[in-house]
Design a protein around this ligand. Sequence first.
Ligand code: ADP
Ligand code: MG
Length: 252
Amino acid sequence: MAHVIALANQKGGVGKTTTSINLGAALAQAGKRVLLVDIDPQGNATSGLGVDKSTLKSDVYDVLIQEATVRDVVVATDNMDLVPATIQLSDSEVQLVNIPEREYRLKKALEAVQGEYDYILIDNPPSLGLLTINSFTAANSVLIPVQTEFYALEGLGQLINTVELVRQQFNPELEIGGILLTMYDGRTNLAKQVSQEVRSYFKDRVYQTVIPRTVRLSEAPSYGQAIIDFDPRSLGARVYTELAQEVLKQYG
Ligand code: ADP
Ligand code: MG
């Protein structure tokens, strides 16, 4: 059975997509079968894995709103399988409202492929709407990337409340798997302060691995590659491999 991780933070630009792609690739390199599910209408994980959205006949929208199965829409990429997203998905928040058992659509769809993967990663949009609720209902754990910048902790309370709400109403097993500090710039005192603050609040729920700010990590998606393929010897490749080791220790 796959372990399902939702990568979420209602803030944009904190490293959800970068971590989905690169943690996924590092888990795959460690021999795990990985499925990445893109549920952000921006489709950044889809293009970041080198998939040309204009060529897709169907995507995660068809799974959530229509009756398509994961197998109908899945695309094979270098390291992992992908359930792609396109801008079509932006209509889904409104359309989901009228669908019965609307919170369970993604969970039901993923159940059919649980046996085919070791890890299923869900890359969330920057909001706490029905798409994110679907991912929390489908997930075993939530990984929260937190950018080590000034407003880092703002909004985290609301995010954690949403996790709690989904646990109570739709998915009693759900847990916060970990907080990941991202875009760390060790030259600034601010980054150090924010990291200390996050660690003193979330204690051992913060991953030991810290993702530094590096140009190579931001360049890789435009080549449609994970960092371990784009620049295997880079710092970014090393830290995401370390993060994968931590995740493997956690869930096996
Ligand atoms: P989110 O999915 O949370 O919106 P992204 O992963 O797309 O965030 O990251 C936002 C932007 O920052 C992207 O342009 C990405 O390439 C860049 N980025 C992400 N992580 C890093 C990093 N560790 N170092 C440098 N740039 C990064
Ligand atoms: Mg994103």
